[in-house]
Design a protein. Sequence first.
Length: 431
Amino acid sequence: MKLLTKSTYYFLLLSILAMIAGGAFLYLTIKRVIYKQIDESLITEKTIIQDQIEQTDTIPDFEASFGHQIEVKLFNYPVLNFQSIKDTDIYDSKTDSFIPFRYIFSSGNTVEKKGFIITIFQIISEKNELLQDIELYMFFLFFSLFLISILINYLIARKLWSPFYTSVKLAGRFDIQSDKPLELPQTDIKEFDQLNQVFDHMTRKMRDDYLNLKEFSENASHEIQTPLAVIRSKTDLLMQQKNLKKDSLSLIKSINESTTKLFKLNQGLLLISKIENQVFHEKKIVSLKQITINGLDNYKEIMQLKKITVEMDANDEALVEMNDVLAEIMISNLLSNAVRFNIDGGFIRCHIDKMFLIMTNAGLPITINPEDLFKRFHKSSNNPQSVGLGLSIVKEITESYGMHITYSCHDAIHEIKLQYRHKENSPRAFK
């Protein structure tokens, strides 16, 4: 949920609660004022009638004067002093309905200790209709104010948060390889200004760290390759010399193999670093079918020596948008893994359709989790020529393009399944 939506949601919820509470309080207050006026009117009428009874000891006829239903009773004995004001409904046979009344019931005694009871009924249907009208008007008023306040709050919040969304959008588009600095909008809001300063400082440091790491990787790779090349050339010369003892020749061969392994290790780590730093950012439409065919052709001699049979089932629509160099490295590493760890007389099956590339090969059973082979320096054998980076490089390439790759092994049958396109992506998008 977006921040603007969430803040509007909370404002909406609190506004509803506040308006319900405020509307109820206002309605009850108006109702209390109206009923207070009715009660004061009933008490005034009751006082006038009571005064008349005490002065004349007779029952006055005030019904015509006040326009209310009045009942007065006199007794020759004293009664208990009591007064109450309540609501009641009285059935009207003419209209066949109940009519709401507010009435006062009062009992007392005169100076001569004669008791009396005064009951005054005042119709309040008009007052109730007035309250209903007030309630309806209040509802429309509060609802209108509520909609207006929501709109105003949304527009104000959208205006205030506009620099924030702009900064986040620009920060998301920041290219660490570009020399262009991050240009954030100016704002007079202190918090957003601090955020922009943090973004600017962070991106500058990321750029500096990236350049330093890139320079270090390039320099380290170059400086390591030079002595390695010298060592390899010297060991080759030593191996070509005559009259070498068997032990010396074995030591030189071991040095040469370690140097070759170190050379491959340096090349692999450098390639992973370049992939992580997005050096290969150029993209084009490449055919996985054609790259696989070319890759199999490169391993033709080795497969003939090991008598490995190849089965190829590829779709012409196996197209993907990615860097062509990385695509060739990815397929080459998969084929290299399938050829080197195959058995004599084994097989390699390649199936490529619109969504998946599935490579199956015979091999030896493995004792570790196949998924661990995608981690750096994890190997399933003690092959001295393996540095444990081939599948790790493949994993880095697939993750950089949002692909999904899995490794499974059942009964010495190894299968690597690469989902290079999702269902919602049509092959036509790459044509």
